[in-house]
Design a protein around this ligand. Structure first.
Ligand code: NAD
Length: 491
């Protein structure tokens, strides 16, 4: 068990300036504070990338694609990505501790999820780097002569990767690994609330031996560095994870020049529990689905749809699980839920709790703020809710679950799909036929039955409606960083 003091000792070792063109930039006089969500004290002052750094990073990225990085073949890219995975594996404890400190989440989460997943993501896409083949396509020929037509996959260009604060290392890996495997150069803009592990990641890329310009990390606020990057004409693709509001702005900015985007936005995911489900397993899965990572998860199962026949039984189990959660300092033994990222997020979650009560839902447990320093909110459950209530419709991005009863499978599907988001869903049932049927009928990018879908770099990830556009991970994730070019030879 690492103590808070030991964790804080790691912070001075983290670089605090932009990294681009293979170098750490000097401070430019403009910094922003990174605040610890538990102590509310400043952890670090980080230099914000401004116009000169954004321009420098994009120019270096372009030059490296036209030069050293562009000449690295698939096998070479695979070797470099595997080297990143190795280095990250060697330093995973350091990364996990810093992620815990910066984001406010208990250390078992980055140790069990964020770091192993980031490492697997680099390895998975290392495997794709030399396998991005085109296709040979038969045609009707040309003026009576046969033709040979084939396609090749070429890197889309310079990719801007913009990440949120809930899992910066893992989501950073989701963007960096496929883009680099495809041969793109990447400029990463990490979240201003939790940039430390992304800055440390830049040092891993440096040590792995990537040519200068292939990877840059530009810390800064969204409205400053993020906006400069998105508006830069040298960016060919924007890969963004964050809120629908920012996603919309980015889509509009990208439309100028018809630049590519992959947008991974929010969610209001249903967890549907049928009467024949294993209720203990369902309660465990549903509770993890809404309370893991303090509920700051895009796929959080915040709408809990329960068959009336087992409604009270499940409620009892869920309340017991919520009350068994220990909210506290991530570095205290026994803590199972940490702090929210900042005061704004904590206040936003509290406002939703008030809206739930005012809207007539029954507060089953939680709802308050522990009397202590830090941006904490208790694990919260509402019952007797309807799908039209604010707490059932809007993304809260905190540990607040809303339980809605249903009377039939059709009603469950109708409630699940009556939503502005479509990212993820879980279904709990012993009936195999129903599992598959409902999985097909629910509008979501990913559906899991009797568990949470394993986070796996091989599985496409993304949603539709307000949840975004396009897919990360898997084959579509790497192909989204390529252009398919057609070549025809008249024989
Ligand atoms: P946010 O949109 O405020 O910020 C996300 C990132 O965008 C940050 O790096 C921020 O600096 C940057 N940004 C902000 N304004 C910008 C602008 N005008 N131009 C360019 N960049 C800008 O979101 P957040 O509050 O950090 O994250 C929470 C949201 O992210 C939630 O809605 C959540 O559901 C979503 N999220 C989605 C996924 C997914 O995979 N779908 C994963 C994690 C989080």
């Amino acid at each position: 068990m690492v103590t808070r003091a030991e964790a804080e000792h790691l912070v001075p070792e983290v670089p605090t300036t932009p990294y681009f063109a293979g170098q750490w930039a000097a401070g430019n006089g403009r910094t922003f504070d990174v605040v610890d969500p538990v102590t509310e004290r400043r952890l670090a002052a980080v230099t914000e990338a401004g116009p000169a750094e954004v321009d420098g990073a994009v120019s270096a990225a372009r030059a490296s694609m036209d030069g050293d990085w562009g000449r690295v073949d698939g096998e070479g890219r695979a070797a470099l990505l595997n080297r990143v995975a190795d280095l990250l594996a060697d330093r995973s404890e350091e990364f996990a501790v810093l992620e815990s400190l910066d984001v406010g989440k208990p250390g078992f989460e980055p140790r069990a999820i964020d770091l192993p997943q980031a490492i697997r993501t680099f390895r998975h896409f290392a495997g794709w780097a030399d396998k991005l083949a085109g296709r040979a396509i038969p045609t009707a020929g040309y003026r009576g002569r046969p033709t040979l037509s084939y396609t090749v996959r070429e890197p889309v260009g310079v990719v801007a990767a913009i990440t949120p604060w809930n899992s910066p290392t893992m989501i950073g890996a989701w963007k960096l690994a496929p883009a680099l495997a495809a041969g793109c150069a990447v400029v990463l803009k990490p979240p201003e609330d939790a940039p430390l592990t992304s800055l440390l990641l830049a040092s891993v890329f440096e040590e792995a031996g990537f040519p200068p310009g292939a990877v840059s990390v530009l810390p800064g606020r969204g409205a400053v560095t993020g906006r400069l990057l998105v508006d830069h004409p040298g960016i060919d693709k924007i890969s963004f994870t964050g809120s629908p509001e920012t996603g919309h702005r980015i889509a509009v900015a990208a439309a100028s020049g018809f630049r590519r985007t992959t947008l991974e936005l929010g969610g209001k995911s249903p967890q549907i529990v049928f009467a024949d489900a294993d209720l203990d397993a369902a309660a465990e899965g549903v509770a993890a689905g809404i309370f893991a990572n303090q509920g700051e998860v895009c796929a959080a199962g915040s709408r809990i749809l329960v068959d009336r026949a087992v409604h009270d039984d499940l409620l009892e189990r869920l309340v017991a699980r919520a009350r068994a959660i220990t909210v506290g300092d991530p570095f205290d033994a026994g803590t199972t839920m940490g702090a929210l990222i900042n005061a704004r997020q904590r206040d936003r979650v509290s406002r939703y709790v008030e809206a739930g009560i005012a809207g007539g839902a029954r507060l089953l447990t939680g709802g308050g703020r522990p009397q202590r320093t830090g941006y904490f909110v208790e694990p919260t459950l509402f019952a007797d809710a309807t799908n039209s209530m604010t707490i059932a419709r809007e993304e809260i991005f905190g540990p607040v679950g809303t339980i809605i009863p249903f009377g039939s499978g059709d009603e469950a599907v109708a409630i699940a799909n009556d939503c502005d988001y479509a990212l993820a869903a879980t279904i709990w049932t012993a009936d195999l036929g129903r599992a598959h049927t409902v999985a097909r009928r629910v509008k979501a990018g990913a559906v899991a039955v009797n568990g949470w879908s394993p986070l796996d770099p091989a599985l496409p990830w993304g949603g539709s409606k307000l949840s975004g556009q396009g897919r990360e991970l898997g084959r579509p994730g790497v192909e989204a960083n390529t252009e398919e070019k057609t070549v025809t030879v008249v024989l």
